[in-house]
Design a binder for this molecule. Structure first.
Ligand code: ATP
Ligand code: MN
Length: 328
């Protein structure tokens, strides 16, 4: 996937107030009231995005409107990157990190100073209208930072991305997630599981935004190293592709300022429109794959109790005591 949209965006000062912004709801052409989702007019509503499931652009927009309350609980207020496939073809998508000229006003922008010292405008979505406006622009996937725009330097979640080598079956990934959960619990941290809609599982640790990025990253690395040291035949904690053969890569590198991970409830730009789905730990143990939930399954899940319900009450952070459990 190319980063073309970032490059195409004009450089220099792009202050949000200073430049004209399009309202995506403005329209001069004929429209049917049904083409509006969360107040946003969806053009080419019948464009087929996932032909194998009969899922059109309008269906995707409606899915996101329905998922908005759950999705925004995690992604709202966070800098967000988009995977856009504006040609309506999942073979031609690009990953967009920065806002570009003429974006709809439903997608907020915030300037962020990047590691290089350069400041760029990032996107923030806070409403169902923002999600629908993104779909209108061809967005299929939403990826988020681990920190909110208001507290950029202190992440509110730590994440472990379990990436199995192609030869590793899902039952091993499940076991790895449980092992990681237990190791986190031993350190005093509760965690959540999400199947990505791809091949792996994300183990998510909600945090009170107190520790800074370098500390969260160091802790995540230490934990991944510990697991890989204990079971070198099953896990690796380094990026090296060669060492990954037959193993699961415990990717702790998502815990870096500017790194993103797919948002809970995001659809994936992969065939059949799988969804990155939060699950309970009990449910995970019964799943046969990481891509078993599709847009069509989600209405029932969204109407059922939130699998991550309990976490709303958690108040945990990387205290000295937590850090010591891994240092030892
Ligand atoms: P799986 O379970 O299949 O591994 P995943 O969501 O963990 O699913 P990917 O979709 O491969 O894995 O994404 C890996 C990470 O890299 C994601 O966290 C995503 O935010 C990020 N990412 C994806 N595409 C790009 C890109 N073009 N540029 C920068 N980061 C990207
Ligand atoms: Mn992954």
């Amino acid at each position: 996937m190319a980063e073309s949209a970032d490059v195409q965006a004009s450089k220099g000062s792009r202050k949000a107030e200073g430049r004209p912004r399009k309202s995506s709801s403005a329209s001069r052409t004929k429209e049917k009231p049904d083409d509006r989702v969360a107040g946003i007019r969806i053009t080419h509503p019948d464009r087929m995005l996932f032909g194998e499931r009969g899922i059109r652009k309008i269906d995707l927009a409606r899915y996101y409107a329905a998922a908005a309350p759950r999705l925004l609980e995690h992604a709202g207020g966070h800098p967000v990157s988009l995977i856009r496939c504006p040609q309506g073809d999942i073979a031609h998508c690009f990953f967009q990190k920065h806002a570009s000229e003429g974006f709809p006003r439903e997608i907020a922008e915030i300037p962020i100073e990047e590691a290089s010292g350069k400041t760029e405008d990032y996107m923030v979505v806070n409403s169902a209208a923002g999600l629908a406006a993104a779909v209108q622009m061809g967005t299929i996937e939403f990826h988020i930072w681990g920190s909110a725009a208001r507290r950029l330097e202190t992440p509110n979640r730590m994440i472990f991305d379990l990436d199995p080598d192609t030869s590793v079956g899902f039952s091993k990934v499940r076991d790895a997630a449980l092992e990681l959960r237990d190791m986190l619990a031993a350190a005093g941290l509760k965690s959540l599981a999400m199947v990505t809609g791809g091949k792996g599982v994300h183990v998510v640790v909600p945090l009170v935004p107190r520790a800074q990025w370098p500390d969260v990253k160091a802790f995540a690395k230490a934990l991944a190293d510990k697991l890989a040291d204990e079971y070198p035949d099953r896990y690796v904690a380094t990026m090296s592709k060669a060492k990954r053969e037959g193993r699961i890569f415990i990717d702790w590198l998502r815990n870096e300022r500017g790194a993103t991970a797919v948002a809970p409830y995001s659809v994936r730009a992969r065939s059949n429109a799988p969804v990155a789905a939060p699950v309970t730990w009990e449910e995970l143990q019964r799943l046969e794959s990481a891509n078993g939930f599709f847009i069509d399954d989600m209405a029932a899940r969204l109407n059922a109790p939130d699998p991550w319900q309990d976490a709303k009450k958690w108040r945990q952070s990387l205290t000295r005591k937590v850090l010591e459990t891994v240092a030892r």
